[in-house]
Structures are given as structure tokens and as C-alpha cells.
Ligand binder design. Structure first.
Ligand code: ADP
Ligand code: MG
Length: 317
């Protein structure tokens, strides 16, 4: 099979049909007809085998994840995803692998209205890079910068599941729900594209809430206090891990691809209504304050947490 057959079989006609793609896969470049009077948002993420996903990951998951992690960034910017390009480096032509990878990518793309418009295919170590462009109404974009003292901090979904799932995969044990949460993250596209007018700042949680909320606070030049009991944990996570371990995974685990948002007090009701209309669970976990840095409380008292460390809950037993 030639490189051209491979592209035709697995990468032409992937994802949603969009009338704004005038020319997609097959020419030297894609030709697009972007929406008038909107700004474009551009994001890119790379996954390297054994660095960002274990060798045992199913190809379908690799295809799904590499798109999903990009869509999560688009959502965090308050934008609507539209077009994706894929750079694929594979060690050899494994048809089953390519078919499953393409299926995983396709499922995620179709679900979120995204079309694969082009890419590049080379032989090399297994590395996948995706670039996504989205669009957003002028002034409706959301940045990490913009949170103000008094804003409420919300997160979507549950935290820590993916990190526990990755751990389980590496050890070859664990609950399938947790492993699925790592393999098939669910980017919060529906909320992202509608939240712009209601939130003051947002970030997607890829490296753990502690670190990512830290970036938002730094960019906004504010601080925050988070109530540890409020961290949203799945039933599976809290019934399989001790409370301090579950909180550690939720704060420092990574790979969640949930959104963390600052919401001005006056928008709280509308924001919660928007989340319910997206059938999305959100949890208020704390609030923005003036004093820089991220602080935590547990049982109503200040609780020191080193969000970079590894056993920061060791004193909490
Ligand atoms: P060129 O040599 O002109 O760069 P290629 O042979 O690399 O062209 O690609 C031919 C067409 O196939 C282009 O439209 C390109 O965008 C597309 N393409 C190549 N690899 C991929 C891929 N992995 N996914 C999607 N489209 C791809
Ligand atoms: Mg060319």
C-alpha cells in the first residue's frame, strides 16, 4: 500500500461534513471559507507514545484522545471547533491500527462537528500531532486572564479519574470506568462555545487542577481559596481510594480535560442554568481573592498542600 492509498483509505472523509471546507484532504492544502466577523482560535497538541499514553493504549483511544485534548483547549477559549489537521508519524503500516485510530478520531470529530482537512504522514516513532482551528464571536473569547476577586471558581465533571485510570493501566489492574476516563476524555465543547458571555476566565485541566488553576491565577494576577471537600470526585474514585489519595489525584493527577472557570457572582445563576442545559455537572470549589497564590481549606481550616509534590496529603490521616 502506498502512502497515497493510506491517506485515501483512512484520512479522507473523516469527521463532520462542513460547507465551509471548500477543498479538504487531497490537494496541496485545504481551502476554507471562515465565518465572517468571527475571530479564529488556533491550538495544537502532540501525543508521544510512552510519554503521553502507554504502549498498551488501543489505537482507537489514541485517535480519540489526540483530537479531544485539542478540543478541550478550544473549549477553554470559549470557541467552537471547526477544522483539524493531523500529523501522523507511525513506525509501520499496520492496517488494523490505522483503521482503529481513524475510527477513534472520526467518532470524536463527528460528535463535535469537526472535519479533518489535511495533514502529513511519515514513518518514524509513534507520534501524533493535531492542530485545530475554531471560531468565536468577537469579544466572546475567554482567556486565562480576567478573573477578579469575588468570582466563584467552578470545575466541570469529576477530577482524578484519568490519573487513577492511567495508574491502573500501567499496573494492569483497576476499574474499567477509570481506565475509560483516561482513554476517552470528553472535551467540554458544548459548554465552552456558549460560556463566553458568562465567565471571566477559564483554563482546561490537563496537568492537574492545582497546577492549571495556578496558571489562571497567575495570568489574572489574583489568588484563590479552594475547599478540598468540594473537589468533585466520582463514586468509583472515592470508593476505591482513601480520601487523601483521591484528593491528591484530583489536584495533581492530570489528563482530566475538564474546564475550570471563574464566574462573576452576578452570573452564577445563568452559568449554572447553562451547564444544566448542556447536561453537564459542575461544582463550585472556591473563590478568587486578592491575595496571590492558591490556598486550601479542609474542615473549615487552612490546609497546606504542595501541588507539585507527591505525598502532600501524607499528614492528613
Ligand atoms: P504534499 O506532498 O503536497 O505535502 P501529501 O502527499 O503529504 O502532500 O498529502 C496529500 C494530501 O493528503 C494533502 O491534502 C494532505 O493534507 C493530506 N494528508 C496527508 N496525510 C494526512 C493525514 N495523516 N491526515 C489527513 N490528511 C492527510
Ligand atoms: Mg504539495
Amino acid at each position: 500500500m502506498s502512502e497515497f492509498d493510506l491517506i485515501r483509505d483512512y484520512f479522507s472523509d473523516v469527521g463532520a461534513r462542513r460547507s465551509d471546507v471548500l477543498v479538504g484532504v487531497g490537494d496541496d492544502g485545504a481551502l476554507l471559507d471562515p465565518p465572517e466577523s468571527q475571530n479564529l482560535v488556533s491550538v495544537m497538541d502532540t501525543l508521544v507514545e510512552s510519554v503521553h499514553f502507554p504502549r498498551t493504549s488501543p489505537a482507537r483511544s489514541v485517535g480519540h484522545r489526540v483530537l479531544a485534548v485539542n478540543l478541550s483547549d478550544i473549549a477553554a477559549m470559549g470557541a467552537t471547533p471547526a477544522w483539524a489537521s493531523l500529523s501522523l508519524s507511525v513506525p509501520h503500516l499496520d492496517h488494523d491500527w490505522l483503521a482503529d485510530f481513524s475510527a477513534g478520531f472520526s467518532e470524536c470529530a463527528e460528535l463535535h462537528g469537526v472535519t479533518l482537512i489535511g495533514g502529513d504522514t511519515v514513518s518514524g516513532p509513534l507520534i501524533v500531532t493535531v492542530h485545530v482551528t475554531g471560531h468565536v464571536e468577537r469579544d466572546n473569547h475567554v482567556l486565562r486572564k480576567g478573573a477578579k476577586p469575588g468570582d466563584q471558581i467552578y470545575v466541570t465533571g469529576t477530577l482524578g479519574d484519568a490519573a487513577a485510570g492511567l495508574r491502573a493501566m500501567t499496573r494492569g489492574d483497576g476499574h474499567s470506568f477509570l481506565i475509560e476516563r483516561f482513554l476517552y476524555p470528553n472535551p467540554r465543547v458544548a459548554l465552552g462555545k456558549r460560556m463566553g458571555p458568562l465567565v471571566s476566565a477559564a483554563i482546561d485541566i490537563s496537568d492537574g487542577l492545582g497546577q492549571d488553576l495556578g496558571h489562571l491565577l497567575h495570568a489574572s494576577e489574583v489568588g484563590a481559596t479552594v475547599t478540598l471537600e468540594k473537589l468533585p470526585l466520582s463514586t468509583v474514585l472515592s470508593s476505591n481510594f482513601k480520601p487523601e489519595e483521591a484528593r491528591y489525584l484530583a489536584l495533581c493527577g492530570g489528563d482530566d480535560y475538564e474546564l475550570c472557570m471563574a464566574v462573576p457572582r452576578g452570573n452564577v445563576e445563568d452559568f449554572e442554568a447553562l451547564c444544566s442545559s448542556c447536561f453537564l455537572r459542575v461544582q463550585r470549589i472556591g473563590k478568587i481573592d486578592r491575595t496571590s497564590g492558591l490556598r486550601f481549606t479542609l474542615k473549615g481550616k487552612a490546609h497546606a498542600v504542595n501541588v507539585q509534590g507527591h505525598d502532600h496529603f501524607s499528614s492528613d490521616t
